[in-house]
Design a protein around this ligand. Structure first.
Ligand code: PEP
Length: 251
């Protein structure tokens, strides 16, 4: 089996106007000149997807969306569909980010439909899972993750999940400056991989990429990436400056 190719993904959240997004993408393209040892993705806001796709054309950087609806089209005001993402140049879609779960009431059921839909349109879904501070303090980390995983991929076969990427993002570490230690990340990533093995078999468990997200910075990325079950990073704040994100890309 091929070794897992790492993925470094930048989530720009609700930052950057279209001109600012183009400038950031162009600055990044100038810095990512030699082939990175990881796949690289950036996820700007919806409005900037197409212009950014033009700015990163002919570079090793791929485009992703931060969210999507599961339907192909319809009367869903304010939403964006999978074919719209594909037409904008997206290859990836982040699904179930904790900010979507927390502020927009996104449920495991909706997340499940989005993962199914992403696969139908050949978009690579990045399923985000993670526990809150209280859940960790209460010793519930593994049971919370198991539930999020179970519901997120309910009804799928291992074949359906070949392209799935999982991002472990402890909610207490997102945008807080608190990072899980590399040992905490490894412990959880290993737990997730064992869960995949139990549920879908050894082949998928070995091939699936599990990213860590939560205050990843140039000075902690190397330690995290050295852990055997950490296959990349989902980066928020530190992906908003080209020089900082490029240091993470070339960890
Ligand atoms: C994120 O948005 O997924 C994230 C991990 O943010 P930050 O890196 O800023 O903690």
């Amino acid at each position: 089996m091929e070794p897992r190719r790492p993925l470094i993904a930048g989530n720009w959240k609700m930052y950057k106007t279209i001109p600012e997004a183009i400038e950031l993408a162009q600055d990044l393209v100038k810095l990512v000149t030699t082939e990175p040892k990881a796949d690289v993705m950036i996820a700007p806001a919806f409005a900037a997807l197409y212009p950014v796709s033009q700015a990163i054309k002919n570079s090793p950087i791929a485009l992703g969306s931060q969210n999507m609806h599961w339907e192909q089209e319809g009367a869903y005001t304010g939403e964006i569909s999978p074919p719209m993402l594909v037409a904008s140049g997206c290859k990836y879609v982040i699904i179930g980010h904790s900010e979507r779960r927390q502020y927009f009431g996104e449920t495991d059921e909706a997340i499940n439909k989005k993962i199914a839909s992403a696969a139908r349109y050949n978009l690579i879904p990045i399923l985000c899972v993670g526990e809150t501070d209280e859940e960790r303090e209460g010793g519930m980390t593994f049971s919370i993750l198991d539930k999020q995983m179970e519901k997120g991929v309910e009804g799928f076969s291992s074949d359906d999940l070949q392209s799935l990427v999982i991002a472990y993002e402890p909610v207490w570490a997102i945008g807080t400056g608190k990072t899980a230690t590399k040992d905490q990340a490894q412990e959880v990533h290993n737990h997730i991989r064992r869960w995949i093995e139990k549920s879908f078999g050894n082949d998928l468990a070995k091939s699936i990429r599990i990213l860590y997200g939560g205050s990843v910075k140039p000075d902690n990325v190397e330690g995290l990436m050295a852990m055997p079950d950490v296959d990349g990073a989902l980066v928020g704040g530190a992906s908003l400056k080209a020089d900082v994100f490029s240091k993470i890309i070339y960890y």
